[in-house]
Design a protein around this ligand. Structure first.
Ligand code: SAM
Ligand code: SF4
Length: 465
């Protein structure tokens, strides 16, 4: 059985040895990152300890180039779906914590979940991240699995359906991950919150989440249970961001070593104010906007093929800055209170997990990112064709997946434009697709993409390669 593999002293040592790096060494590491083979913890520490603005500018440029080379202008969109906010844990930063007696506790019924999914499908969503608190009866695994099956079964007009559900729930035993897999989920996501043992202990005073090692090793158990795509993350603001980035990298490397493949995604949530949550109201180690951009860029350089997920915790201005630095997936039009997608419940902050920095609708986000030249993607092809885990990485690393991704992004966006967009967004979207077809595709592929676009215009849906 895998044991705790995070050594606080080792991380502190790596960071301390990298202090005041020589500019030539920083430049050398930046150049190496452009080979797209990733960076070692020692090299990442040098970048993290770089404070010189000119060198940080070069780090941003390298991250931008890597993002463009691997992910093109695509941004994958999803919506979080909170089904229950009962929780036995007392995480000091979360509105769902057990000591928050003023929270409106809700566990949605299957009918209510179906109604939430209908709202999301009618906005155009195809990908969900389903979440809940940790509670033995109100958020049991059986309840959660039924919720997933309910969500997948909801169909609405224009072929509205959910094509991929990722999940974010408390750590499980390997055999329970195996059970969870039978519902047809995509990625299992779990944030370590903080890799510092001491901070972890302070932030999680009671409940099952107190156990650092059980949480740290959960993504190993998920892989053992047959889940091939796992996602990790740290909650930035709890401890020194440089330490957390190294923790994330060591976690990714350990997964690669033990399971043959690293994480599919890394999430980078920053602490947001939350109802009756002391650590969220006054974060112990606030991360400035500048440092946040720097950490996104460094993660992009360190693990170029791992998707970076950004949520609506960040405001629109910050979101658009970090898209260029490496973010590849974003949530949009989110609510963090169970039932929040139905109008009468949308602003029930007394049931929410934390406050949002970006409260725009999916359509507003899509128009904005399209006008900035990013193509919104609802693609679910890899997961549905079994291109997951190591198979995905084996295709991604030599650059073989890119040709699928760019075409699939266009197909899924075209469906959105026809079925859900306002005329303003449709015009902006068609312009962007036109520019992409003119610029990036060779003649033969362009013809095949155009043929499929005509099929979509003729009413065919769910086309992917
Ligand atoms: N209860 C499970 C857990 O803790 O892993 C499921 C996910 S929990 C609903 C989702 C994540 O929200 C947590 O892992 C935590 O990182 C994040 N979160 C909690 N409070 C937050 C806050 N105030 N600001 C930003 N993110 C927060
Ligand atoms: Fe519960 Fe998760 Fe919130 Fe902690 S972060 S109180 S475990 S919902």
């Amino acid at each position: 059985m895998i044991k705790d593999f995070i050594d606080d002293t080792k991380i502190a040592d790596i960071l301390s040895r990298a202090k005041n790096p020589a500019p030539a060494r920083v430049r050398e590491i930046i150049t190496k990152s452009l080979e797209l083979k990733g960076l070692s913890p020692e090299e990442v520490a040098v970048l993290l300890q770089t404070e010189d603005d000119e060198l940080i500018g070069l780090i941003f440029e390298a991250a931008y180039k890597i993002k463009k080379d691997i992910y093109g202008n695509r941004l994958v969109l999803f919506a979080p779906l909170y089904v229950a906010n009962h929780c036995s844990n007392n995480c000091l930063y979360c509105g769902f914590r057990s000591d928050n007696k003023e929270l409106n506790r809700v566990a949605l019924s299957m009918e209510q979940i179906a109604r939430e999914v209908q709202v999301l499908e009618r906005e155009g969503h195809k990908r969900l991240l389903m979440l809940c608190g940790e509670h033995p009866t109100r958020s049991s695994l059986e309840y959660f699995m039924e919720a997933i099956e309910t969500a997948y079964a909801v169909k609405t007009e224009h072929g509205g359906e959910i094509r991929r559900i990722n999940v974010e729930i408390a750590p499980l035993e390997a055999m329970d991950y195996k059970k969870l897999k039978t519902t047809g989920i995509g990625t299992v996501v779990l944030f370590q919150e903080t890799y510092s043992h001491e901070t972890y202990k302070i932030m999680h005073p009671s409940g099952p989440k107190k156990d650092y090692a059980w949480r740290l090793t959960a993504m190993h158990r998920a892989q053992e249970g047959g889940i091939s795509d796992v996602g990790i993350g740290a909650l930035f603001g709890l401890y020194d961001y440089k330490y957390e980035v190294l923790g994330l990298l060591l976690h990714a490397l350990q997964l690669e070593k033990d399971c043959g493949v690293g994480p599919h995604t890394i999430s980078i949530p920053r602490l947001e104010p939350a109802f009756n949550a002391p650590a969220a109201i006054k974060p112990p180690h606030p991360v400035s906007d500048h440092d946040f951009k720097k950490l996104v860029a460094i993660i992009r350089m360190a693990v170029p093929y791992t998707g970076i997920i950004l949520s609506t915790r960040e405001n629109p201005a910050m979101r658009s800055e970090v898209f260029a630095l490496g973010v590849s997936q974003i949530s949009a039009g989110s609510r963090t209170n169970p039932g929040g997608y139905q109008e009468d419940r949308s602003d029930d902050f007394r049931a929410a997990q934390f406050n949002l920095g970006d409260t725009r609708t999916l359509e507003e986000v899509i128009l904005d990112i399209t006008e900035r030249g990013h193509i919104p993607s609802f693609c679910t092809a890899c997961y549905r064709l079994g291109r997951t885990g190591k198979d995905f990485m084996d295709l991604a690393k030599p650059g073989l997946i890119q040709k699928f991704c760019q075409s699939n992004a266009i197909f899924s966006f075209k469906e959105y434009l026809l079925d859900y967009a306002s005329s303003k967004t449709r015009i902006a979207g068609e312009n962007l697709i036109g520019q992409m077809l003119a610029g990036t595709f060779k003649t033969r592929r362009k013809k095949s993409v155009m043929d499929k676009l005509h099929q979509i215009e003729g009413g065919k849906r769910d086309i992917y390669i």
